[in-house]
Design a protein around this ligand. Structure first.
Ligand code: AMP
Ligand code: MG
Length: 531
């Protein structure tokens, strides 16, 4: 049914210990481990696009054999399950060995076109890297990962994908807010898919352990398997240094996309950073409602706000520096090679800055509907963002409505009416109305300078400004219903998010700003890492 070619397992050193006991794993990059069977796997939803990509028909997806394998009861022919070792900097501090504590690789599937995909079950039971946890995942966090992976894909943002969402029939105990109130929640498993799930932390761990031979092996393997599409120098130092620059650029493009659509990852630890620049590990992520650079959905981060929306570009940069430090280990300390590598890593960081600036200028020009970015647009754009913060304006609705303003004839009253929907509070709207009017006036002048037919401008803006994003409260509504056994909203959201930039008549309710009830509700504005 699926053709497996498990190159990672075949070519990289594995752990000789085959027991499923929690431990430090040295000298290997993976450990064999089987999913732990569950009570009653039941397919809640799957991604049609992903199934097609893997060559799985509707009938296959719904077959007992496939549902069992996606729930961890039995394995596909050719699958050789394993978990990998990685480390990471969590909230700015080196955390030592982490590893796939609740993700189990099924192996690498090569589809009919020859494209390779890694498959993982998230929540399929303990692995040698589970530490004190159970290796399971609850339904609410699995719905969130499943829906957001696919939503991000359809937004055109580099991301890991999700094939399926399976309910396990088992209960999982979680203390959602770590406040001594554990509850039994329904369990679920997401089968996620990516060309590679390799993270920055996969390299950091071997560097931290001074296992240079293993670090080099993993680098060589990753470049050969996961970066086939790029040409790198053959000289070893040049090769790794140049490769780092590619990773830096891809990371920059990813984060610029997050900023464009108002996505907040929530836990940008280095173990949650993909070497391919894919959005990975959907945990306490969130979407900006009222624009606020300081907003973080992650309650664990509420104090420091390390991972808030506005700091994401700086944190990605910091994470790249950690990766760079690990890669530096392939050269001998203080040698000529080390100095050369240092220069290349610095050049790589410069490539991050340049790629981020370029992507951001392009994204901002697209969002505001400018034919191209001009340096003097900075003031106009900054003033807009300042107003969005001060007046508590919905980011997503603002930009969609701005496109409407741009095609309408100049009329202050009509512009106010067009924009009114984007405001959360009438009092703040009134307070800032004059400032908004003045800003719109400046905006009208600016866009008049472009040689753009208004409808062309609006069409272009619609490609940068999604109408439908997976707002936290929408995901939470779907979760509440699914917890009561009604999966229809999960399926409907999956479908709505397939065309995020299109007007979808009849589905306006999925484009509405956060309702008042969701302002402080768990899951809507506050999320914990407990999942
Ligand atoms: P995260 O904060 O989700 O990125 O996870 C950090 C580390 O904790 C990773 O090594 C995970 O595999 C591990 N982890 C998180 N939740 C669980 C769980 N329920 N069981 C086992 N390991 C887990
Ligand atoms: Mg993680």
């Amino acid at each position: 049914m699926l053709t497996f070619d498990n190159q990672f397992r075949r070519e990289l050193p594995g752990d000789p210990n085959t027991s499923n006991t929690t431990r430090q794993v040295n000298g290997a990059v993976w450990s064999p481990v089987m999913p732990t069977p569950v009570a009653a796997p039941r397919l809640i939803a799957y991604s049609q696009e992903m199934a097609n990509e893997l060559g799985l028909s509707t009938a296959m997806m719904q077959s007992t054999e496939v549902v069992n394998a996606l729930g961890g009861n039995g394995v596909f022919a050719g699958s050789e399950p394993y978990a990998t070792v990685y480390g990471g900097h969590q909230f700015g501090h080196w955390a030592g060995q982490l590893g796939d504590g609740r993700a189990i690789y099924l192996g690498e599937v090569v589809n009919a076109a020859g494209t390779r995909h890694e498959l993982q079950l998230k929540g399929a039971g303990p692995t040698p890297y589970s530490r004190r946890a159970d290796g399971r995942a609850v339904l609410r966090s699995s719905i969130r990962e499943f829906l957001c992976s696919e939503a991000m894909f359809h937004l055109g943002i580099p991301t890991t994908r999700a094939l399926s969402l399976v309910a396990t029939g088992d209960k999982v105990v979680r203390d959602m807010f770590y406040d001594g109130n554990p509850e039994r929640e329904p369990g679920a498993i997401v089968c996620r898919v990516a060309p590679s799930f390799t993270r920055f932390g996969h390299f950091e761990i071997h560097a931290a352990r001074n296992d240079v031979a293993l670090l080099k092996k993993l680098i060589d393997f990753t470049i050969a398997r996961d970066f086939v599409d790029i040409t790198l120098p053959t000289e070893p130092v040049e090769r790794v240094g140049e490769w780092f620059g590619v990773i830096a650029e891809r990371t920059a493009v990813m984060v610029a996309h997050w900023m464009r659509v108002g996505f907040v990852h929530g836990v940008m630890n280095t173990d949650n950073m993909s070497i391919l620049g894919l959005t990975i590990d959907y945990g306490p992520y969130g979407w900006i409602d009222n624009f606020d650079p300081g907003w973080t959905p992650n309650t664990t981060d509420a104090e420091g706000r390390r991972y808030c929306y506005g700091r994401q570009p700086e944190i990605a940069r910091w994470n790249l520096e950690r990766l760079g430090s690990a890669l530096l280990m392939v050269t001998d300390e203080d040698s000529q090679d080390a100095h050369h590598m240092g220069d290349l890593l610095t050049a790589g960081m410069n490539r991050y800055d340049a790629a981020f600036d370029l992507a951001t200028r392009n994204n901002l020009a697209g969002k505001f509907g400018f034919a191209e970015w001009r340096e003097e647009d900075t003031a106009l754009v900054n003033d807009a963002y300042r107003l969005l913060v001060d007046a508590e304006v919905d980011m997503t609705i603002f930009f969609r409505r701005l496109a409407e303003v741009g095609v309408a004839p100049k009329d202050v009253t009509a512009d106010r009416a067009t924009m009114a929907e984007a405001f959360y509070r009438d009092d703040l709207r009134e307070t800032h109305q004059a400032a908004f009017d003045a800003w719109i006036e400046r905006y009208r002048h600016r866009i008049a300078e472009d040689d753009f037919a208004p409808t062309d401008r609006a069409a272009r803006m619609a490609q940068f400004n999604p109408k439908y994003v997976l707002r936290n409260y929408l995901a939470q509504e779907a979760i509440d219903l699914a917890t009561g056994g009604d999966n229809r909203m999960v399926l409907e959201l999956l479908d709505v998010m397939r065309r995020p930039y299109d007007e979808q008549p009849g589905r306006e309710r999925f484009a509405e700003k956060r309702p008042d009830w969701a302002r402080q509700k768990a899951g809507c504005s506050m999320l914990s890492c407990s999942s």
